[in-house]
Design a protein around this ligand. Structure first.
Ligand SMILES: [Fe+2]
Length: 289
């Protein structure tokens, strides 16, 4: 096609695709370009605005490092990450939520009942629950990957005061599907806002806060891997999570209990005298497709 116009350019783009282009590639690329062209036509995008968009992408690339994932953050604050999560979340299973940029591989093994709080400050939290299938049966041998902030709102990778794997743990549950661990209550925190994504948030009059949460990835053979988060129901940012990660079934009550109620069978049993927080959160996994 030689005569390209603002009205036919989308069709011309599609015609340029090779006949043997993978069908899914054709579908995804075609839809993306169609929406991109429609977006430019709809807002009558100016050269200056186009250059601003390109500069944003270049700015993301400039600050991207193995520990700083600005493109993921951009996807998060635009709601794309959560939308993709929800598109593929099973209605019968626990809701998924954003992975975020702070998961690390190689977390140390954490026994059922183990302690992640160690010497770090902040309120003691006992988190426990059962990992089940959609019929309610426990899933023996499920693997639970846990990570969270310390009580200062920082992940280990952001904080020189923490060890490399502080508040990261990998637990394998037994026949009963039960998991349990002690930790510190995580706190709300801001996503990094000193880069191009922060510029977008400020330009839109948005804050960078996330409600506090525990991150879980749960894997078990024969089941869909679940990436999710748990939120306390008293967090001030529950209704305004800057990355859109909150789902109703992920909001739990953290109950304060006297130290005398601390159960046996935990790594720190016998060492708790002060009040502690307790949350029970069962996880339901959907069968793999
Ligand atoms: Fe997080």
């Amino acid at each position: 096609m030689r005569t390209v116009t603002k009205d036919n350019i989308t069709d011309v783009f599609m015609a340029y695709l090779a006949e043997d282009t993978d069908p899914r590639m054709r579908e995804v690329m075609g839809a993306m370009v169609k929406h991109l062209h429609d977006f430019a036509r709809e807002v009558n995008l100016t050269h200056e605005e186009w250059r601003t968009g390109i500069a944003f992408l270049e700015g993301c690339a400039a600050v991207e490092t193995p520990d700083r994932h600005e493109f993921v953050l951009a996807s998060d604050v635009l709601g794309l990450s959560s939308l993709v999560d929800m598109l593929h979340s099973s209605a019968e299973a626990t809701s998924s939520s954003v992975l975020g940029p702070f998961h690390v591989s190689g977390a140390p093994a954490l026994e059922v009942g183990g302690d992640m709080k160690r010497h770090y400050g902040g309120p003691l939290l006992l988190a426990e629950g059962t990992i089940r299938d959609t019929d309610g049966n426990p899933i023996a041998g499920a693997e639970l990957d846990i990570w969270q902030t310390a009580h200062n709102g920082l992940y280990a990778s952001q904080d020189e005061e923490q060890d490399t794997y502080s508040f990261h743990g990998l637990m394998t549950v037994g026949e009963d599907g039960r998991y349990a661990f002690t930790t510190v209550k995580p706190v709300e925190y801001t996503v990094p806002s000193d880069g191009p994504v922060g510029d977008i948030l400020r330009a839109c009059g948005r804050h960078p806060w996330r409600p506090s949460h525990l991150h879980y990835i749960i894997k078990a053979p024969g089941f869909k891997t679940l990436v999710t988060e748990i939120f306390p129901d008293d967090d001030p940012y529950l209704d305004h999570d800057t990355v859109f990660g909150v789902r109703d079934d992920l909001v739990m009550t953290y109950v304060e209990k006297p130290g005398s109620d601390f159960p046996d069978g935990m790594a720190i049993s016998g060492q708790v005298s002060d009040p502690f927080l307790h949350v029970e959160f069962d996880v339901v996994l959907a069968c793999a497709d």
